[in-house]
Design a protein around this ligand. Structure first.
Ligand SMILES: Cc1cc2nc3c(=O)[nH]c(=O)nc-3n(C[C@H](O)[C@H](O)[C@H](O)COP(=O)(O)O)c2cc1C
Length: 208
């Protein structure tokens, strides 16, 4: 059964980014019969800590040292997270902008899945090579301010370039971004921004 993986990165019940993902996914289901939707809510599921065991496992593997039992256990948890992603034919990420970047729980997931030998390789002669098969990826980014140009009042959206870089690094070469913002401010402006983004999401779903 083909699979869509949805990573939900907002903890809020009334999350705008999650509502955007729901609008997209409900249209996607209408046009993609028989697809399985796997949702990872990084706030509700307990993510393994990316702690000293996991970090040391990474360094041990990079230098070809055998892993301790604790390091192997930590490594096995990371591998499960990677498998869950790599089984997906489509990827949807819904996230708020937090302090120009992304929520720390989402970053925790990224630190877990960006692993040598699992999602990328390095060869001193040829450099870095992604290991995941390319596939359609949609990122729905909600922000209090309007970052449609990448800037707002002299401040920079760092979430979009960061996500483009890190996802490209593991093999997702062309993520599609839909921004929803501003989500704060005058009700008319907020609702116009939301309507526009939701319309784009519903239009995108049938051919995603
Ligand atoms: C901790 C935190 C940091 C935030 N930082 C920013 C920011 O840097 N820029 C911005 O435009 N909005 C910022 N916001 C506002 C959120 O991006 C906005 O409320 C958005 O709609 C949240 O997405 P959600 O509704 O999916 O949770 C921040 C909100 C929180 C809670």
């Amino acid at each position: 059964m083909p699979k869509l993986f949805h990573l939900r990165a907002s903890p809020r019940q009334e999350s705008v980014s999650a509502a955007g993902a729901e609008a997209f996914i409900s249209r996607f289901k209408e046009t993609h019969a028989g697809w399985d939707i796997d949702t990872l809510d990084v706030w509700r599921e307990t993510l393994p800590n990316y702690d000293i065991q996991a970090v040391d496992a990474k360094y041990a593997r990079q230098s070809g040292r055998p892993l301790t039992k604790q390091q192997s256990d930590a490594q096995a948890e990371l591998e499960r997270m990677v498998v869950r992603l790599s089984l997906a034919d489509r990827v949807v990420i819904s996230t708020p902008m937090w302090n120009f970047g992304i929520p720390y729980k989402f970053k925790q997931w990224i630190d877990m899945i960006v692993q040598p030998g699992l999602t990328f390789t390095f060869d001193p002669k040829t450099g870095y090579r992604p290991l995941l098969k390319d596939r359609p990826v949609l990122i729905i980014l909600a922000s209090g301010s309007d970052f449609v140009t990448g800037m707002n009042r002299g401040r920079t959206d760092l979430a979009t370039p960061y996500l483009r870089e890190v996802l490209g690094f593991i093999g997702f070469s062309n993520p599609h971004f839909v921004s929803i913002g501003p989500t704060n401010g005058s009700p008319d402006t907020v609702s116009a921004a939301r309507e526009l983004a939701f319309r784009r999401l519903r239009e995108l779903a049938p051919t995603f």
